[in-house]
Ligand binder design. Structure first.
Ligand SMILES: [Zn+2]
Ligand SMILES: [Zn+2]
Length: 294
């Protein structure tokens, strides 16, 4: 980690509960276009604390120490802060109360994405929550990530999956899926179904009613995740049974279906019978180790 010279900070000691931070460069999110509006993320800016004041003094003269320390990563609100130029670099002076520490879900999302980037085939590692991680949030953030990456598959499918050739959302012969994005569920061409379903999932996952916070998630809302999983899984099955080359290429690059299958097995979000893409024998088995095969 880079820290500016100590000398700069001797010239600048924040007063009271003020904190000096250095902004981190914004990370570009570009994987396959973004369908989920990252409404909270767009505003969030990250920073590293580089100097802290001694704390605020209350009316009895008692000092309340600042709650962050040098080196902490923090999230900045959209507005406020005072720019300070030191050593030819810009820093920002904030009040201690204005930001939260990054033990929030944004950190969870980053943690997941970082593991995927470093090795998307290391499913074990990607699925392993950090110590003490809230399970509802963990599942929720994974599902957001799956939707994001499924959007990449949808973009690839567009080249081949046309409404006049794939007139229905099908997988194997016995399944025609009705699109639930309409007042009365109906048969949409596969590519429309794909878009409608990803839109619907994004809407639900971003809804203030069901998911007002990304820090803690109500049990009743966690229950919604299973139905999202079932619907978006149909995109995998359609791709696998009708656009095999596209599926295989994307799967080789991302392990997305492998990861998704492991995820829904691990958290019991879909029944085994519905997992019809037959590439995952070994995945399914290792995910259900310890259960009897009865
Ligand atoms: Zn198709
Ligand atoms: Zn539709």
């Amino acid at each position: 980690m880079h820290f500016p010279s100590q000398q700069a900070f001797r010239k600048f000691l924040p007063m009271f509960d003020r904190v000096l931070v250095e902004r981190l460069a914004a990370e570009t999110v570009s994987r396959g276009g973004i369908m989920i509006p990252e409404k909270s993320q767009a505003k969030v800016q990250q920073a590293t604390v580089v100097a802290v004041g001694p704390g605020s003094t209350n009316k009895d003269g008692k000092v309340t120490p600042v709650c962050v320390k040098v080196g902490d990563k923090v999230l900045l609100p959209e507005y406020g802060g005072t720019k300070v130029a030191l050593d030819d670099k810009d820093f920002y002076n904030w009040s201690d109360e204005s930001f939260e520490e990054m033990d929030s879900t944004l950190a969870v999302q980053q943690y997941i994405q970082q593991n995927i980037r470093s090795d998307c085939s290391n499913i074990e590692k990607i699925m392993e929550p950090p110590e003490g991680q809230d399970e509802g949030v963990w599942k929720y953030e994974h599902l957001r990530q799956f939707c994001l990456e499924l959007n990449g598959l949808a973009v690839k499918l567009q080249n081949e999956c046309h409404p006049d050739t794939c007139t229905q959302m099908t997988a194997t012969e016995q399944w025609i899926f009705l699109c639930a994005a309409h007042k009365t569920p109906k048969e949409c061409p596969a590519i429309d179904y794909t878009r409608h379903t990803l839109d619907g999932a994004a809407c639900l996952l971003n809804s203030n009613k069901y998911f007002p916070s990304r820090v803690s998630i109500k049990e009743s809302s966690v229950a919604k995740l299973g139905s999202v999983c079932r619907r978006i899984y149909r995109i995998f099955s359609h791709a696998y049974f009708h656009h095999r080359q596209i599926f295989d290429k994307y799967e080789n690059e991302t392990f997305l279906c492998h990861r998704f299958t492991r995820f829904v097995m691990k958290y019991n979000l879909m029944s085994k019978d519905n997992l019809i893409v037959p590439i995952l024998e070994e995945e399914v088995q290792s995910a259900t180790v310890g259960e009897s095969d009865a």
